[in-house]
Design a protein around this ligand. Structure first.
Ligand SMILES: N[C@@H](CCC(=O)N[C@@H](CS)C(=O)NCC(=O)O)C(=O)O
Length: 453
């Protein structure tokens, strides 16, 4: 039988662990349904953050997010739950979508509960603990964990006397919950929490290890500890010294008149005198960074008409400079998805300099053998003025790139095209970060937030 259509999204073999595989189980939900009901579907080759930015993809799927579905009859669909439901509906006898109105409503109830009360907390917790929502705030972190555990408490109790969420067999609700729980395994369900939720874990294993579904999810990689905030390397205690921090100087006692003056000042609305960044004082440049970001975002990188061609046509080497950026502590990197998070955090901490910078960095290599590298395009010639807004800027080496040098140019192009390879270490697909790239041009023009991809 010919395939029913194409499901777009990253490869999801258990061996591949791109960032969204840990933190967003959207595509596996659809794949699990397709596998359970024996649907033959196509999985076209897809490169995240490249293919979903292409005009033909956006014309079909305006949100620019995956997963998406294109039926062989031309039917288009986005949103993972909608796709999962649609695929389930193609096999009405599977039982995944009961038809009796009340049973159907109960399935909808649990699908929604799994997504909104459990899955929805995973990503913010991941962002908070990885400096993507910065600065780190313990109270907010604890709030999201408590919200999710409130959801798990309900499920735990419900499953105390049941194998499945609704009725006596698997429904879409179980697949949806398993996806949310599986994500939480990497986020909140360390060994202590797992001990608290034995029924939730039993349910997870029942679904994930179901013979028809197992190939989609692979083995569950339980973590000992829940996700914690890891300060960027610069904030760590210096190794080996153990010297106490110098005590802050005591404030000198002021006379009363001065104190009163200052109190008055406190009540007045404060206008912080803004120190001009030296980069604002540079002569005007013909190269418009925002136009470049837009070109990079909208065009293919290589090839005729690509963004590199655009770059070479308009780049102003007097007003801007190009830098290679290398993380200094690559030997501390472990899992590639965590390294990718680190770049995300770094880029977020550069937010205040977004109007001076464009960047494309990535993780190259594999778990326990990876490097962080990439390029920054910077206003002026003084990278320090642009990057020192990030507290961890000194964790990276910055080397000017000479675009007339063939090797350096190849590095620059590889970092932009995300196909850079160094010493046999390939650019790990989907584990990279770049500035902006929100496909909406308004966001770019209005200086929206730097996006973590
Ligand atoms: N609500 C959507 C969420 C999809 C989603 O967030 N997809 C991510 C990858 S897991 C994505 O495509 N992000 C691209 C982007 O944000 O530009 C669904 O369930 O399908």
């Amino acid at each position: 039988m010919a395939p029913l259509g194409k499901l777009f999204g990253p490869e999801s073999s258990p061996a591949v662990k791109p960032i969204w595989k840990e933190f967003s189980r959207t595509i596996e939900k659809c794949l699990a349904v397709a596998a359970y009901v024996d649907l033959e579907i196509e999985r076209p080759l897809y490169v995240h953050d490249v293919d979903n930015k292409k005009p033909d993809f956006l014309a079909k799927f305006p949100a620019g997010k995956i997963p998406t579905w294109e039926g062989s009859d031309g039917f288009l669909l986005f949103e993972s739950t909608a796709i999962a439901k649609y695929l389930a509906s193609l096999a009405p006898d599977s039982g995944l979508l009961p038809t009796d109105p009340r049973t159907a409503a109960l399935v909808n109830q649990w699908v929604s509960f799994a997504e909104k009360e459990i899955q929805a907390m995973n990503f913010p917790i991941y962002q908070i603990t990885h400096g993507i929502i910065a600065p780190y705030n313990k109270t907010i972190h604890a709030h999201f964990v408590a919200q999710q555990f409130r959801g798990f408490d309900v499920v735990e109790k419900h499953l105390a006397t049941r194998t499945f969420l609704v009725g006596e067999r698997i429904t879409l609700a179980d697949i949806s919950l398993a996806m949310s729980t599986l994500t939480a395994v990497y986020v909140t369900l360390g060994s202590a929490a797992r001990a608290k939720y034995p029924n939730v874990i039993r349910h997870l294993e029942t679904i994930v290890y179901h013979p028809k579904i197992k190939s989609v999810f692979g083995e569950i990689a339980y973590q000992e500890k829940a996700m914690e905030y890891v300060p960027p390397p610069k904030e760590k205690e210096p190794k080996g010294h153990g010297e106490p921090n110098p005590k802050p100087e005591k404030k000198k006692k002021k006379n009363k008149a001065v104190e009163e003056d200052e109190e008055d000042d406190d009540l007045a609305p404060k206008e912080e005198p803004k120190a001009k960044n030296p980069l604002d004082l540079l002569p005007k440049s013909s190269f418009n960074l925002e136009d470049w970001k837009r070109a990079y975002s909208n065009k293919d990188t290589r090839g005729s008409g690509g963004s590199l061609e655009w770059f070479y046509e308009y780049f102003d080497p007097e007003g801007f400079s190009v830098w290679r950026v290398d993380f200094k502590y690559n030997d501390e990197l472990t899992q590639t998805f965590m390294s990718s998070n680190q770049i995300g955090g770094f880029f977020n901490r550069l937010e205040a300099s977004r109007k001076y910078l464009f960047g494309s960095m990535g993780v190259l290599g594999a778990t326990n053998d990876s490097i962080l590298t990439g390029v920054l395009v910077c206003r002026g010639k003084d990278i320090k003025s642009a990057v020192e807004v990030a507290p961890d800027w000194e964790s990276y080496d910055y080397t000017p790139i000479n675009l007339s040098d063939v090797k350096q140019k190849a590095f620059f192009e590889g970092a932009l095209a995300w196909d850079l390879e160094i010493d046999g270490k390939a650019w790990a697909d989907g584990k990279n970060v770049r500035f902006l790239s929100n496909s909406s041009s308004d966001t770019i023009t209005n200086g929206g937030p730097i996006q973590f991809k």
